[in-house]
Design a protein around this ligand. Structure first.
Ligand SMILES: Cc1cc2nc3c(=O)[nH]c(=O)nc-3n(C[C@H](O)[C@H](O)[C@H](O)COP(=O)(O)OP(=O)(O)OC[C@H]3O[C@@H](n4cnc5c(N)ncnc54)[C@H](O)[C@@H]3O)c2cc1C
Length: 333
């Protein structure tokens, strides 16, 4: 069994900041995420977008925000487990908790902080993409420079699909957007931009097959208004059909859940002993679902957890500016 002071469930912005903060308070952390990468929604859904409402950063790219949060979190020397879902929770007689992951790993901890956001999220299925086993399918989009000279096919008609197509049209060799309906659900202004961008738009159409080995070479498209099947040259396919989100096993943890959120008090306690929550997943009167709010909640949760685990400590951690640099990390070796 892995042992730690604090298990953090979810490595999005709130979980990453909570990890750093727990290190600052001298807690040993295990950080688990069901995705294969750190950064939650920001890394998975909009790494290239600029974010304008992070305190002290007039504008920051999603990718850069996550890289700063990861660097900060790593200073707490957490044990990071990716591609594993926290599945079940059991109280122990000494007040501690054991959480078991989807692969059967047991994590014994003094407390759990759930920073699970919108829950585990998986890309909406697209049979032709799911059936293709070669390289060249980008579910998380890379920086625009990496698409120079590529023939890109973007699939979808929502904000993500249209934004990616607009973003890549200047760097890629060609960009083709395939959407199964005639109307787009993306913002009207983005669709207008797309229509004049030089991107080829095929609507009322579906992707039948992706071919090529070891990497994508072409996409077979059937448009409703055409008899035949069109072969579109492609080196990269970006399926941007959105995600399906679910709290999954967290629903069975005995928490008070309203819709997709966990009710918490002002100390971020869930009502279940030793289980706290922060970030998008929490709910209370007046809740605003933004990252800056999640960062504050993470700090509140960790400070309250620190006192539960070490009752002789103060709730107020002191000012970080007055602490020796990463005091907590240094003292743990
Ligand atoms: C397109 C877009 C643009 C946005 N722009 C902004 C913006 O400009 N400013 C802003 O403040 N916010 C913005 N947001 C919202 C912002 O991304 C979220 O508020 C933020 O990501 C929430 O962070 P979080 O850490 O609470 O959760 P998330 O980022 O959702 O991370 C939660 C993590 O928990 C994991 N997880 C869930 N359940 C489990 C489990 N049982 N076991 C293991 N892991 C689990 C998930 O895999 C996920 O990685 C935007 C969102 C989108 C989609």
């Amino acid at each position: 069994m892995i042992r730690c002071d604090l298990l953090i469930v979810g490595a999005g912005p709130a979980g990453l900041f909570a990890t750093y903060y727990a290190g600052m308070r001298g807690l040993d952390v295990v950080l688990v995420d069901s995705l294969a990468h750190l950064g939650g929604q920001v890394a998975a859904l909009y790494p290239e977008k600029l974010i304008y409402d992070i305190a002290g950063m007039p504008a920051v790219k999603g990718r850069d925000l996550i890289s700063g949060l990861v660097e900060q979190a790593r200073s707490a020397q957490p044990q990071i487990m990716l591609g594993e879902e926290c599945a079940t929770i059991d109280d122990q007689s000494d007040g501690s908790v054991v959480v078991t992951t989807s692969t059967g790993t047991e994590i014994g901890c003094g407390a759990v902080l759930i920073t699970g956001g919108i829950g585990r999220f998986t890309p909406r299925p697209l049979p032709a993409v799911d059936a293709y086993t070669g390289d060249g399918i980008h579910r998380v989009v890379a920086p625009a420079e990496e698409y120079v000279g590529e023939d890109v096919v973007v699939v979808g008609g929502g904000d993500s699909a249209v934004d990616w197509a607009n973003m890549l049209v200047d760097s890629a060799n060609t960009v083709t957007l395939v959407h199964r309906r005639a109307r787009f659900t993306a913002h009207e202004s983005s669709v207008d931009e797309l229509r004049t961008s030089g991107c080829r738009i095929i609507t009322d159409a579906e992707i039948l097959e992706i071919t090529g080995a070891p990497s994508v070479r072409r996409v077979l498209v059937k448009a409703a208004d055409q008899d035949g099947i069109e072969t579109v040259p492609a080196s990269i396919v970006i399926p941007a059909l959105g995600h399906i989100a679910s709290l999954g096993p967290l629903l069975d943890w005995g928490l008070t859940i309203k819709g997709r959120q966990i009710e918490v008090g002002t100390d971020m306690a869930t009502g279940r002993s030793r289980v706290y929550a922060a970030g998008d997943i929490t709910d209370y009167p007046g809740k605003v679902r933004l990252m800056v709010v999640g960062f504050g909640e993470a700090a509140t949760a960790v400070n309250n957890i620190a006192v539960v685990l070490r009752p002789d400590e103060d709730l107020f951690p002191g000012h970080s500016s007055e602490l020796p640099r990463m005091l907590a990390t240094e003292s743990r070796g």
